[in-house]
Every structure is written in C-alpha cells, then in structure tokens.
Design a protein around this ligand. Structure first.
Ligand SMILES: Nc1nc2c(ncn2[C@@H]2O[C@H](COP(=O)(O)OP(=O)(O)OP(=O)(O)O)[C@@H](O)[C@H]2O)c(=O)[nH]1
Length: 173
C-alpha cells in the first residue's frame, strides 16, 4: 500500500508485483482480475524480456477487466552499457518500442529502480489514468441514471389523466 497525491487528491494505491516465471502463471492471472492499472515491464538490457511483452499484453487482454489502464516500462535504464533494447531500435515483430506502445494505447517510460528514474512519474501517471477512467465511468453512469429518471418521470406524466381533476365537474348530480 502506498499513498500518492494526484491533482491534489490523496490516493491510496495497492501494488502487486507478480512473478514473471512461467510456473507461477496460474497465480499471476488471478491478480489481473482485480487490477485497475498494469505496468508491463521489460528489462532494457534483455532483448528476450522485451520479446515477452506481447505475451503479457495478450494475457492482460484476456484476463484483466476491460477498462484496465496499461503502461509500458523499460526498466534498468541505468544499465546503458548493457542496453539491448533501444527506445527506437527495439523491435517486437517489426514494431519499434514506441510504435508498440502507441498501438496498444500505452504510455511508455524508461525507468530505473536503482537511480529512481521515472519511478514516481510512472506511478503518478498510471494512477492519473485509472482516476480518469473511473471518472468517465461514473459520468457515464450518472448520465444513464438521469436519463432513466427523466424517462420514468415522462412515463408517470403520460399515465396521469389529462387536464386538472376537478371534482365538481365530474359530479353529475
Ligand atoms: N541495474 C538495475 N538492476 C535492477 C533494477 N531493477 C531491478 N534490478 C535488479 O534485477 C534483479 C531482478 O529484480 P526483481 O525485482 O526480482 O525482478 P522481477 O521482475 O520481480 O523478477 P521475477 O520475480 O522473475 O518477476 C535484482 O537483482 C534487482 O536488483 C534497475 O532498475 N536497475
């Protein structure tokens, strides 16, 4: 659990670090179901880790809720001398890193847990995206609720007898 401030609002976020290894996949997939935001992380010094990103993307598409927010992260940016995946050069089935991120609607950051590069920024951004999505969903619900209310009022109005009810006029004696 961590509390961060986004747009002046204090937000408590729960962070899960899922295991990357294949043998923990069954457990990992269970975490997707309740996720609101996901970082897809590769290691810039490992082309192999970048090649796995597409598999993570398709798992997220399959197991995470529809509106889940995703950010692509190239970690270990401090390991420049060991870099195998460039921001521009890293290829994933012919797509460059930035192209891949754009195609899947993901923001992209290079980070370093060692030097703290872009750590706060990426967490703040993901939280911002989750809040925005949440607000949109709430706005949608509000519009739908007020439409239904208006419809109900209209139906009630239509159900009423026309004109004012005047007891003296309805009396035949
Ligand atoms: N140089 C450098 N090393 C890092 C960075 N982030 C993590 N590491 C190192 O990379 C190794 C693996 O880190 P983990 O945090 O265990 O990676 P993980 O992705 O959670 O690994 P899985 O348990 O397989 O999912 C450790 O030795 C870390 O110290 C970074 O930004 N820069």
């Amino acid at each position: 659990m961590k509390t961060i401030e986004v747009d002046g609002i204090k937000v408590r976020i729960q962070i899960w670090d899922t295991a990357g290894q294949e043998r923990y996949q069954t457990i990992t997939k269970q975490y997707y179901r309740r996720a609101q935001g996901i970082f897809l992380v590769y290691d810039i010094s490992s082309e192999r880790s970048y090649q796995h990103i597409m598999k993570w993307v398709s798992d997220v598409d399959e197991y995470a809720p529809e509106g889940v927010q995703k950010i692509l992260i190239g970690n270990k940016a401090d390991e420049e001398q060991k870099r195998q995946v460039g921001r521009e050069q890293g290829q994933q089935k012919g797509r460059l890193v930035l192209q891949l991120a754009r195609e899947y609607g993901m923001d992209f950051y290079e980070t370093s847990a060692c030097t703290n590069l872009n750590i706060k920024e990426s967490f703040t951004r993901l939280t911002e995206l989750v809040l925005q999505a949440h607000r949109k969903e709430l706005d949608g619900l509000r519009v739908r609720a007020s439409n239904q209310l208006a419809l109900a009022e209209l139906e009630e109005e239509e159900g009423k007898p026309e004109g004012p009810v005047n007891s003296s006029k309805t009396c035949w004696c």
